[in-house]
Design a protein around this ligand. Structure first.
Ligand code: FES
Ligand SMILES: [Fe+2]
Length: 349
């Protein structure tokens, strides 16, 4: 006989949650991007974060994020439409305001509206061209990744398309931080199989995670532009990790040039990740952007092929599970950082 869970309606975890409950609890307080700001205009947008289906919509009060569910008869609110600052359900036209409160039941306009009839909303921030939310955070910005260059007039903002990766967010993040793979995975794009050595580099703790400072002769120009750097130029790459799943890479180009890349993967589920990668730079601003988008796409899809093939699919946080080399200093510190957040020791998303 089926056992009915009396508390089923109070279950705080998303339906079909693919994370362990402990992992979901540890990750949910953090901010994640769920949409491009420019995609949230006059129609509601569906998104999924940590298996939670969400609707994202814009009113005169800004952007709202809520569970994508009308509690009347279970229809996704992302199927609805917007009119006069109200999100209107597709099925029976209930109206909801920016805070998720139901303001009109068209079939019974005089009846009082039960307080329970509201959309569950979450804190929202717009930053770096993205809409960010947190499923369990208090709304403070303390753990929102900080990339002040984005709003600095000396920098050009560049917003590539997102990339959907069939892999765990932890594997994607670690791939972004890995410097020993440049020579092998990005041989065509910018690195060189004949220059595979990783010089010693430093990793230090920061309030939000860790910083790795890596100097090498590996150019960050695409192959066809590598003549633009002096032959003996030493490239400094500074990685700032915002635990658990965001990082900013600042590449120091010749003549004071800076390229800042925010690696902001959004965990759709334990096995699916939507990668956002806003970037900004203080040089080459008169150059066309198409080659930048193409170069960015090439690099992230080269990484994608590896990350989607790795197994176990989750990032093993028990350091005895995989073998580490000197060049893995960043990823060792990263795995320890995730473990300290309370994520599962053996395999986690
Ligand atoms: S299901 Fe949304 S109004 Fe009925
Ligand atoms: Fe890579």
């Amino acid at each position: 006989m089926a056992v009915i869970d009396k508390n089923q309606s109070l279950n705080p975890y998303p339906r079909g949650c693919t994370f362990s409950r402990a992992d979901w609890d540890a990750i949910a307080p953090f901010w994640f991007p769920v949409a491009f700001s420019h995609d949230v205009t006059d129609t509601p947008v569906a998104a999924t974060l940590l298996d939670q289906r969400l609707v994202v919509w814009r009113t005169s009060q800004g952007v709202s994020v809520a569970n994508d569910l009308c509690l009347h008869r279970g229809v996704p609110m992302s199927m609805g439409h917007l009119q006069n600052d109200r999100l209107i359900c597709k099925y029976h036209g209930f109206h909801y305001d920016a805070s998720g409160k139901c303001t009109l039941i068209p079939a019974n306009p005089q009846a009082s509206i039960p307080a329970r009839l509201c959309l569950k909303t979450y804190p929202v921030r717009e930053a770096y061209g993205l809409v960010w939310t947190t499923l369990k955070g208090d709304g403070s910005e303390a753990n929102l990744p900080q990339m002040p260059e984005w709003d600095d007039g000396a920098y050009q903002q560049i917003l590539p398309d997102s990339l959907e990766i069939q892999a765990a967010v932890g594997r994607q993040m670690e791939g972004f931080l890995d410097v020993a793979h440049f020579a092998w995975v990005h041989h065509e794009a910018f690195a060189d199989r004949n220059n595979p050595q990783v010089p010693p580099y430093t990793v230090t703790a920061t309030p939000n995670g860790l910083r790795a400072e890596y100097t090498s002769s590996v150019s960050n120009f695409p192959k066809e532009l590598q003549h633009r750097a002096p032959a003996d130029f030493q490239w400094l790459r500074v990685f700032d990790v915002f635990l658990p799943f965001a990082a900013i890479l600042r590449v120091h180009f010749p003549a004071g040039g800076r390229l800042c890349i925010l690696n902001a993967p959004s965990p759709i589920s334990a096995r699916k990740t939507r990668l956002f990668s806003p970037l900004c730079r203080n040089f080459d601003q008169d150059q066309p952007l198409e080659p930048v988008y193409e170069f960015n796409r090439q690099i992230f899809t080269e990484d994608q092929a590896v990350v989607e093939a790795q197994y176990p699919e989750d990032l093993p946080l028990d350091l005895r599970t995989e073998c580490h080399i000197e060049a893995d200093k960043t990823s060792i510190a990263y795995r320890k950082g995730l473990a300290n957040l309370g994520l599962s020791k053996i395999y986690t998303a």
